[in-house]
Ligand binder design. Structure first.
Ligand SMILES: *Cc1c(COP(=O)(O)O)cnc(C)c1O
Length: 359
């Protein structure tokens, strides 16, 4: 392995203007002054870790990532807590998942502790960019891509790992609002044996068509069904999904095509701790529609870093509209939302040690 341990700093001499205090901070549109970069070369390993001014860079037109999509990413947030300390939520989990995604895409693994320390160093340097209004955060996007100029279909011999930072506004502008979801029975997101459990670009490119159709019909996202039978529920948009039926919480079991969400994992751990029955199993769309007809479908929600908890107010499937909890956020959904966001911002005690200080 290479000597990747020392991070060189090339700090900007021309800091950018920071957004105004009342800027809505539209998701993923504003970037901080610096970025982290590290390169990989076959035989040498990961090398030249550095923090540089945020800027565009050169990439060979034949770079493998542009043709065959060999690339993976992560998404997490840094928060300014009640005591104005910078904290992260379970970031080791993101590092582990990035390496699992790497492995699936035949990309080289990295030292998780080292990249997490680099991530903290970068956030520390740009910490004045972290917004402090209620609900705001600094979105952190680590990503890795194949850089070798080669048109043969084979794993690249060179890669780049980067981390960029983006201040983001609150996901919910006026309270946690339920969304309308179209059940997708034509397109699929991922198949067992494919890349659905990796955070890799192709999964998201392949999902855009269904999203576009659903949006045009007035839905905010789609509910994905399995690729084989188009019957079993997988995810909602780019979130994991949970249902509450007759007091029991049910979420699709990880089957190889579902992305293993860290919010999903946290929700399951909280429910176990609260002695609320939680089951991971196959769940069909017919079962959900049937429970709705029988009046036993009490709540449904998506989970992910961006929204934390996103209540589902309506499902549309096969010509039938299914309204959930009168299109209002459910009691348990709200409790989960308040607990997780409370832990993240330091308003609620963190007995699980999920929160990690940046410095
Ligand atoms: C990132 C992601 C999730 C949620 O993962 P979190 O770790 O909770 O943010 C769920 N599904 C898909 C497809 C994702 O890309």
């Amino acid at each position: 392995m290479s000597t990747e341990k020392h991070i060189l700093h090339y700090e900007t001499s021309a800091p950018k203007d920071k957004p105004a205090a009342d800027d809505p901070l539209a998701f993923g549109t504003i970037f901080t002054d610096h970025m982290f970069v590290m390169d990989y070369t076959d035989g040498t390993g990961w090398h030249d870790p550095r923090i540089e001014p945020y800027k565009p860079f050169l990439l060979d037109p034949a770079a493998i990532v542009l043709h065959y999509g060999q690339t993976v990413f992560e998404g997490l947030k840094a928060y300014l807590n009640e005591d104005k300390e910078v904290v992260l939520f379970r970031p080791e989990e993101n590092m582990k998942r990035l390496n699992r995604s790497n492995d699936r895409l035949c990309m080289p693994m990295f030292d998780e502790k080292f990249v997490l320390s680099a991530l903290k160093e970068l956030i520390s340097l740009d910490k004045d960019w972290i917004p402090d209004r209620e609900g705001t955060s600094l979105y952190v996007r680590p990503f890795i891509f194949a850089t070798q100029p080669y048109l043969g279909v084979a794993p690249s011999k060179t890669y780049r790992l980067m981390i960029i930072l983006s201040p983001v506004g609150p996901y919910y502008k006026e309270g946690v609002n339920p969304v309308k979801i179209a059940v997708e029975s034509q397109y699929v997101r991922a198949a067992v044996g494919g890349t659905g459990s990796a955070k890799t670009a192709g999964n998201y490119a392949g999902a855009m068509k269904a999203q576009e159709v659903a949006e045009a019909e007035g839905y905010s996202q789609v509910l994905w069904l399995d690729a084989k039978e188009h019957r079993y529920i997988e995810e909602v948009g780019a979130m994991n999904v949970f249902f509450k039926i007759n007091g029991e919480i049910i979420t699709p079991s990880l089957n190889g095509s579902i992305l293993e969400g860290i919010t999903r994992k946290s929700v399951i751990e909280l429910l176990i701790d609260w002695d609320i029955p939680i089951t991971e199993r196959k769940v069909s769309i017919d079962e959900i529609m049937e429970a709705n007809r029988a009046g036993t479908l009490e709540e449904a929600f998506g989970t992910g870093t961006a929204a934390v908890i996103s209540p589902i107010g309506e499902l549309f499937y096969d010509g039938e509209k299914c309204e959930i909890n009168h299109n209002e956020i459910g009691e348990l959904s709200l409790k989960l939302y308040e607990t997780i966001t409370g832990i993240q911002t330091g308003k609620v005690e963190d007995p699980y040690n999920w929160v990690v200080p940046v410095d």
